[in-house]
Design a protein around this ligand. Structure first.
Ligand code: Z57
Length: 825
């Protein structure tokens, strides 16, 4: 099929295809069609086009032999696929009309789809946005990850507490993947290393693994927006290999054979639910190695299919490490080059230094991965030997040259941390090997240079750099907010979803009364829709004319959902003291999952739910305040909340949020940010201007100064009467009748445990910014102008810009020809 006939596919033809697939799924068309069946039939109809495009993309790629970017990530938070694929294929309206003729609203069909939740939060969603942009910009890109049987857990609330249950995303099959048995891999684990003397006297290392696991690839097609490209996300599933103990099986020892299989399948069973903390579990380490080894072997297989020597390898492949999670890929490439392909040490090391680049996503010490030497020794003995040699050459070479005889410096920079238990520092290995290391927002990248890796920055002055994160405007505006998209398209000429900076023409209308009214009318319609969803999910009725104030992100102390909670309590208290207090009605909307093992995060959820219950049922405050915590926050829920948000809460302790990306999504949809000078908030403020954002709180330097002076939260508690009474209130049984001290874990962390994230230090400033915001909302035209300016000035934060930054400054990708000039097939 040519691109022309694709574009012209009629409603009639598309409907016929859906019917064909319904037939194929043996659905009796004389009866009412089940929603799941129609979903599957629509997906199959779309897939006919998608896989056809995938084929021609592959042929084009092969002909051009272009350089490829290989993105290694433990997480991909894809969300639902159908709506996005329809938009990217320009098929949305056609599919909408075709399904309508079959008696369905397309939105209802989308609701039947399950999120692909193979990630935790920002890092995983960033990977998904980058895949969208890589395809849209027609870069030769491949994503590699794990085909988890269970993605991020589902969350419910029971008695105000979080309950987790397993994510069953493949329960009824996943239409968006295809198995590729021809590319499966065998992965060794455990065992020992033998030194063998060759006939010429040289020594060779042979790893005799104790176990072999099979990696089965599943390919998810990634459809570019309004272009010919379809790339692939390749996800590895673990299975018992054919080297599996059939002897034991045949000898009747079925139990043993079966348990080996169970063990093998355990590797890709479940995603670790921690965000910004290292799990430190043996199975997690094996997951990392398993997927890196599969991916590196697949990359080599793809290269050797078209080349008969290694001379072009570093020209044709660049490998991006998404955080330190895939760092072990470095040692696996070294091992294969040395032991399988018989490279000299120097040649193998040169090769590795040319192909890897690393993105750092956090400064939090608890997230910086370390694995015990002991674990390496048991599971990857050969990799440990290679690591030791890299370390030796690094310390005796570069480190000794820069800091001769400085043993303290050697200890500090070594790949091995000495101590009770020797640990391998994965970030150090990534930094010394990679040709570029980037942070994810300007301030974060500066802190990486100045505070996290100052010595590495001195050793390699051109290595550390910045690429500010971005989000795809296809999912995060065009698909999730059709009403605003239509309004924008009336004013903005050209394909703004492909060139987001075009939105800046909206600044011309920021003070246009009619446009302001239309813009706020769209916002109100979105708020009405969200109100219905809130009612459905929580039973709480909210007023669409209230301010919708949104904090949606993982639950973490550094993100300070409890600072938001303290301010809600302040408002509640003020209203009880003066029921006629002149504030805008406000609905506080939370969405957040807590890692199951993160005690305080779960206590914060519990506290917010308890306070919400009290406030929502208190007739004295005349519905001026509502608090809702929406359960099971995930990509598809974000797509409903974001278009309806008036206020975006981005209130992390300065220096702690590497970038944030939810901040960008909310601003793009016309929410006004209240935030600290942290992560990408700083760059958002630069774009929208100080008049269109509410900035509060201590700066990074002020937080550092506080730490130097010695921070004393108790003195703040004692000197701020309102804050004191709120904290005491939370400590009483007011929100948990009859149960005293039920919420004291939080107050203790603030008062007795040092208030690590400076909640009390920022409270007064936050409360003042909230007052200014409330006042600003009363000026309807002024608020509309701010909201419009936010949408208009988000051009910088498209993930297309981020990907062009990576392509130009890190990956050196050749710009592919526009698809219209592509070789006709
Ligand atoms: C994660 O979601 C992030 C960093 C991590 O180290 C891990 Br583990 C998970 C987040 C940051 O916290 C955000 O600030 C950032 O925007 C996001 O990664 C994408 O870079």
């Amino acid at each position: 099929m040519t691109s022309k006939s694709r574009k012209n596919i009629t409603v009639k033809a598309f409907k016929a295809r859906i019917q064909h697939h319904l037939n194929f799924h043996a659905v009796d068309l004389s009866h009412s069609i089940d929603k799941k069946a129609i979903l599957m039939a629509v997906c199959s109809s779309v897939n006919e086009i998608v896989f056809d495009k995938l084929q021609s993309t592959n042929i084009r790629r092969h002909e051009r032999n272009s350089r490829s970017i290989n993105y290694l990530s433990l997480e991909y938070l894809m969300g639902r696929m159908l709506s996005n694929n329809l938009h990217n294929l320009q098929l949305f309206k056609t599919a909408q009309a075709a399904t309508k003729e079959l008696g369905f609203e397309i939105e209802d069909i989308f609701e039947e789809g399950h999120d692909l939740a193979l990630g935790n939060g920002g890092l995983g969603r960033l990977a998904a946005c980058y895949l969208d942009s890589l395809a849209t910009l027609d870069y030769n890109a491949m994503g590699y990850g794990i085909h988890y049987e269970h993605g991020l857990f589902e969350q419910q609330f029971y008695n105000n507490r979080q309950i987790e249950s397993p994510d069953e995303w493949r329960e009824y099959g996943n239409p968006w993947e295809v198995c590729r048995p021809e590319a499966e891999q065998e992965i060794p684990l455990y065992g020992h290393v033998e030194t063998v003397a060759e006939t010429d006297g040289t020594l060779r290392k042979v790893w005799h693994p104790g176990q072999i696991i099979k990696g089965v690839p599943w390919d998810v097609p990634i459809v570019g927006y309004n272009c010919e490209t379809v790339n692939v996300l390749r996800l590895w599933e673990s299975r018992a290999s054919s080297h599996f103990d059939w002897e034991a099986f045949n000898a009747g020892d079925y139990q043993d054979a079966n348990s080996a299989q169970t063990q093998a399948e355990t590797i890709s069973k479940v995603l670790y639910p921690n965000d910004s903390t290292a799990a430190g579990k043996e199975l997690r380490f094996i997951q990392q190695y398993f997927f890196c080894a599969c991916s590196i072997k697949d990359i080599i297989r793809r290269y050797l299919k078209h080349h008969d020597d290694w001379s072009q390898f570093a020209d044709k492949f660049v490998i991006q490490l998404n955080d330190t999670h895939p760092t072990i890929a470095i040692l696996e490439l070294m091992r294969l080059l040395l032991d399988e392909y018989r490279f000299s040490w120097d040649n193998a090391w040169q090769m590795c230094k040319q192909v890897f680049a690393y993105t750092n996503h956090t400064l939090l010490p608890e997230a910086l991965e370390k694995w015990s030497v002991e674990l390496f020794e048991t599971i990857l003995p050969r990799h440990l030997e290679i690591l030791y040699r890299i370390n030796e050459e690094f310390l005796n070479g570069q480190v000794d040259k820069m800091w001769p005889g400085d043993t303290a410096m050697r200890r500090k920079l070594s790949l091995i941390e000495e101590g009770q238990q020797k640990m391998v520092r994965m970030a150090h290995l990534s930094v010394i090997t990679s040709f570029k290391v980037n942070g994810v927002a300007e301030i974060h990248s500066e802190l990486v240079k100045q505070d996290l890796f100052p010595e590495f920055h001195k050793l390699y002055p051109n290595k550390l750099t910045n690429v500010t994160n971005g989000i795809t405007p296809r999912r995060w505006l065009k698909a999730c907010n059709p009403a605003l998209s239509d309004l924008i398209s009336k004013k903005v000429k050209g394909d703004w979803a492909k060139n987001l900076s075009l939105l800046s023409t909206l600044t011309d209308y920021a003070e246009d009364k009619k446009f302001q009214q239309q813009f706020m009318q769209v916002k109100r319609e979105n708020k009405v829709k969200l109100s219905e969803e809130i009612k459905k999910l929580t039973g709480v009725s909210v007023n669409p004319d209230a301010i919708f104030d949104v904090q949606i992100k993982r639950l973490h102390e550094y993100k300070r959902q409890h600072l938001n909670l303290l301010h809600i309590l302040a408002l509640y208290r003020r209203l009880l003291e003066n029921p006629r207090l002149d504030i805008n009605p406000r609905v506080f909307i939370f969405g957040a999952k807590a890692a199951p093992g993160y005690y305080l995060a779960k206590e914060i959820i519990y506290a917010i739910n308890c306070v919400a219950e009290k406030i929502n049922n208190d007739a004295r405050i005349n519905d001026k305040l509502k608090v809702v915590f929406l359960p099971n926050y995930r990509v598809s829920l974000a797509e409903k909340i974001i278009p309806a948000a008036d206020v975006s809460e981005q209130i992390s302790t300065a220096g702690k949020e590497a970038s944030g990306t939810g901040n960008m999504k909310l601003a793009l949809n016309g929410a006004v940010t209240i935030g600290t000078l942290d992560g990408a908030n700083i760059e958002i403020a630069e774009e929208v201007g100080d008049d269109n954002i509410f900035i509060f709180g201590k700066t990074v330097d002020e937080i550092k100064a506080l730490n130097r002076q010695g921070y004393d939260p108790v003195s703040i508690y004692n000197s701020e009467p309102e804050l004191k009474s709120i904290i005491d209130w939370l400590d009483s049984d007011y929100f948990t009748p009859g149960k005293f001290g039920e919420l004291s874990a939080i107050t203790q962390s603030l008062l007795n445990d040092g208030d690590h994230y400076k909640v009390l230090a920022d409270f007064v400033s936050y409360s003042q910014a909230q007052e200014a915001l409330d006042k600003a909302y009363k000026d309807q035209a002024g608020w509309a102008k701010m909201a419009i300016m936010n949408t208009a000035m988000m051009g910088k934060f498209t993930s297309d810009r981020s990907i062009e930054d990576y392509a130009n400054n890190i990956w050196s990708l050749d710009k592919n020809l526009p698809a219209t000039q592509a070789v006709k097939l």
